[in-house]
Each structure stands twice: as C-alpha cells, then as structure tokens.
Design a protein around this ligand. Structure first.
Ligand code: SF4
Ligand code: ZN
Length: 313
C-alpha cells in the first residue's frame, strides 16, 4: 500500500526525501521547494522590493524551474523579471533549448532577450573549439568564461539590478572541488552565497544554491515544465562530471552528506575571504575595463588565446 504524505496526511506520497526521512505528496513537495527557495533568498539577502531581475535561462531543468519559481514569488515583491538566454553556437544542441525557452516565456508572459557568443566575442563555441590550442583550455572553461561575461553584459544592457542564475547545491560543491584541485584557493573566498555588488552595480544571486539537483528535476517534472534533456556534445571534457558522480555516489550511502559539505565549504569560503581581504575584485581589466582580479580578465585572455591560434591555422 502507498504511504501517506507526512505533511498533509491526506494524499499519497510520491517522493521520499532520504536526507530528512520525509515522505511527500506532489503538492507538498512542490511547496517545499518554493519555500526553501524563498528561505535561501531571505537568508542571504538576495532580493529587495521592486528590483529588476535578469534570469539566465538555458532551457535546462534548473533555469526554467528558477524562472518559474521567481515568477511566482516576485509578484508579492513587485519585482520585474526578464529572461536572458545565451546562444553559445553549438550546432544541433542549442536550437532545441532555444525553442523551449521561447515557448515557456510566451506562456508565462516573460520578456526574453537572446545574446550570442558570436556577436559578443567573435567566435561561436563550435568555432572556439577549432581555434583553441588542443592541449590547453577545456571546452567548458572557455564556455563558462564567455557565459559569465555574456550574462553580465546582457544584464547591464537591460538595466537589471540583479542577475539570477540557477546554480544548485551540486554545482556549488563541484565548483568548490574544481577550485581546490586547480589551486584556485582564492576563488573559494568568493563562493559564499551572499551576493557581491560588482563595480557595475549589478548583484549576482543563486536562489537554488541550497537545493539538490535531483530535487529540481523532480520539481520541474511535477510542475509540468518541458525542459531540454539532451546533453551538450562537449560536456564530457569537464572534470565537473567526475565530481558530480563522486558526490552522487557518496549521497547514496550517506544521505545528507552533500548538505554537510555545503555548510563546511561555506565556512571555509568565509575563512579564505577574511585571509584574502586585500584581494580586491573591484580591480578592472586593463584591456576591456570589466571587473577582474587580474590585470587582464579571463575573457580577454581567452579571446587573445583564440585569436593567436586562429592566425596559426
Ligand atoms: Fe558550455 Fe560545457 Fe555547458 Fe557545453 S557543457 S554548454 S561546453 S559549459
Ligand atoms: Zn578584459
């Protein structure tokens, strides 16, 4: 016999939250995700009344779910929402997600703006893969660098106060490990989820940072959100996939361990930040003038690397 939901005690449970032991029906599960997102927003002071929020939307489950939740919760806070989609220029992959995003925004009556790597940086991802020196720079490091800058430029051009992205707790743990294993310890100091205000005035927030990726998939599915399931053809080049499997395996045998790691990593982030206090992110790139911790920012370094390699063809 199916068990009853532990919360409402009326409907059949559809979800077993292993780390808390709860059994939840569909509506109580959906409510729990939206409530948790609101708690995260409030805990880290992510949003204020009347702010204009740009939401980075790829067409995957996380970003469409974030758009869905923010649309619901922003009504009471008088926030305006604009969806931003970045077209990386990956043949056969981005086309499907673009049409999913367009349909979703039309149905939810959300303004959508699309920006492409080709227009912003002179190379699509497919071109960048051919132009890069093969032994250096993984596809995801080029793409991640470009995406961060594309979202910043898009948000600023739309006069947004806040840029919201759908990074979840799993992404956070993976990024922490990547920074740790690549020697980028100072970056750990910038990971604490309280938003930092950049020199442009833009604040960046991650309202899903305390949610497991698996719960966001379940939320998107039960909220009737149609999302892209195809994987990017370049995905497997990333060490991120290996950390994802590592944490998922640990969580299977030790439910809740991801939350414990998240809390420890936040403490470490604060410690690193206090030690690295003289490391000032408000420096600007000597080439493009954008915020950077080095003399030349990572976007300019990547573009220069691609330009140099283009000439060597
Ligand atoms: Fe870009 Fe890597 Fe994501 Fe593909 S998997 S879209 S290359 S960051
Ligand atoms: Zn630069």
């Amino acid at each position: 016999m199916m068990s009853l939901c532990n919360k409402c005690k009326k409907k059949n449970a559809v979800y077993h939250r292993r780390y808390s032991g709860e059994l939840l029906c569909k509506s109580c599960f959906i409510y729990s995700i939206e409530k948790k997102t609101l708690q995260t927003i409030s805990k880290y002071s992510m949003l204020s009344f009347g702010q204009r929020i740009a939401v980075g939307v790829s067409g995957g489950k996380d970003s469409l779910a974030l758009l869905h939740v923010l649309k619901k919760v922003s009504k009471n806070n008088n926030n305006e929402i604009i969806a931003i989609t970045v077209d990386e220029g990956i043949e056969g992959y981005r086309n499907e997600s673009l049409s999913l995003v367009k349909n979703f925004c039309k149905e939810e009556e959300i303004q959508l703006r699309i920006f492409s790597y080709k227009d912003l940086f002179g190379s699509s991802m497919d071109e960048a893969i051919l132009e890069r020196p093969s032994d250096k720079f993984s596809s995801c490091s080029i793409c991640g660098t470009f995406r961060r800058r594309a979202l910043d430029l898009a948000s600023i051009s739309l006069n947004a106060d806040v840029l919201a992205t759908a990074h979840n707790l799993d992404d956070y743990l993976q990024t922490f490990m990547i920074n740790l294993f690549s020697g980028d310890v100072d970056r750990i100091g910038w990971m604490y989820p309280r938003p930092i205000e950049y020199s442009s005035g833009l604040k960046k927030i991650k309202p899903f940072v305390e949610l497991y990726e698996s719960e966001i998939v379940f939320y998107a599915f039960h909220s009737g959100i149609e999302f892209q399931t195809d994987q990017c053809p370049y995905m497997n080049e990333s060490i991120r996939s290996e950390f994802r499997s590592f944490f998922n395996d640990l969580e299977k045998t030790h439910p809740g361990i991801k939350y414990n790691c998240f809390n420890s990593m936040n403490k470490l982030s604060k410690l690193v930040k206090s030690v690295e206090n003289n490391h000032n992110m408000k420096n600007t790139c000597l080439n493009c003038g954008e915020t950077s911790s080095n003399d030349i920012c990572s976007v300019c370094t990547t573009i220069q690397m691609l330009e140099i390699n283009k000439k060597n063809f």
